[in-house]
Design a protein around this ligand. Structure first.
Ligand SMILES: C[S@@+](CC[C@H](N)C(=O)[O-])C[C@H]1O[C@@H](n2cnc3c(N)ncnc32)[C@H](O)[C@@H]1O
Length: 212
């Protein structure tokens, strides 16, 4: 349980419902410099039936290729963030459905998706290992898990700063700055290929493949 007796997803929902009207503009300079280039490395790989975890306001939507993506299923706990995603998707020419649910509450039959995407979401989920094992099950053979994530800095200073600022980030944004997400992903059995890094290697884009 999070603070005030709320479950973690409920706490996240409140935070992002509040952020939603400002999310696009907030930190735009930083996003364009350090995050958009990483999204551009991985999102255009998405193909077939695609699941995006924590799709938020749909900032990845312009990078999906109609014709290559047959269908997009987006999940997010915040209805206010999803309203912006819906607006972007409605003019994109990709069949879509959006589910307002905590990730912890969704499940799909084995092998439902060709691609699963997560952009800046695994920093906040309660149990990354559990989410990764479910993603493994949901992917079809040959499928890819595309991730953009911020993780604990590798350097002594950047690592220590991530630790120091973590409690503030957790309270304000509902996520953690000092996770080793890609190591957890590898422990969950994925073969991880990091395609790009930015901002002192804290932000990384990767394609992860379950063993064949
Ligand atoms: C930092 S935003 C990222 C949004 C978008 N993916 C992007 O790259 O800009 C995190 C998003 O994940 C959603 N989220 C976080 N934890 C979640 C959970 N447990 N279940 C469903 N959605 C969650 C939040 O509501 C928010 O929209």
């Amino acid at each position: 349980m999070g603070g005030g007796g709320l479950t973690e997803p409920e706490r996240v929902r409140r935070i992002y419902d509040r952020f939603a009207p400002h999310y696009e503009r907030r930190g735009r300079w930083f996003k364009e410099r350090y995050i958009v280039p990483l999204r551009e490395l991985v999102i255009p790989r998405a193909r077939g039936r695609v699941l995006e975890l924590g799709i938020g306001n749909g900032e990845t939507v312009p990078l999906y290729r109609p014709g290559q993506v047959d269908e997009l299923v987006g999940v997010d706990v915040s209805g206010k963030m999803l309203a912006f995603a819906r607006e972007k998707l409605s003019s994109r020419g990709i069949p879509f459905s959006l589910l307002q649910l905590p990730l912890e509450a969704v499940d799909f039959p084995r092998g439902s998706f060709d691609t699963v995407v997560s952009s800046l979401v695994m920093c906040g989920v309660d149990d990354q290992g559990e989410v990764f094992s479910r993603v493994r099950r949901w992917l079809r053979p040959g499928g890819e898990f595309l991730l953009i994530e911020h993780v604990r800095g590798r350097g002594a200073v950047s690592g220590a700063l991530c630790d120091l600022l973590n409690p503030i980030q957790l309270r304000v944004a509902g996520c953690e700055l000092n996770r080793n997400t890609f190591a957890v992903l590898a422990r969950a059995g994925f073969e991880v290929e990091v395609l790009g890094e930015s901002f002192f290697s804290i932000f990384r884009a990767a394609v992860a493949r379950p063993p064949s």
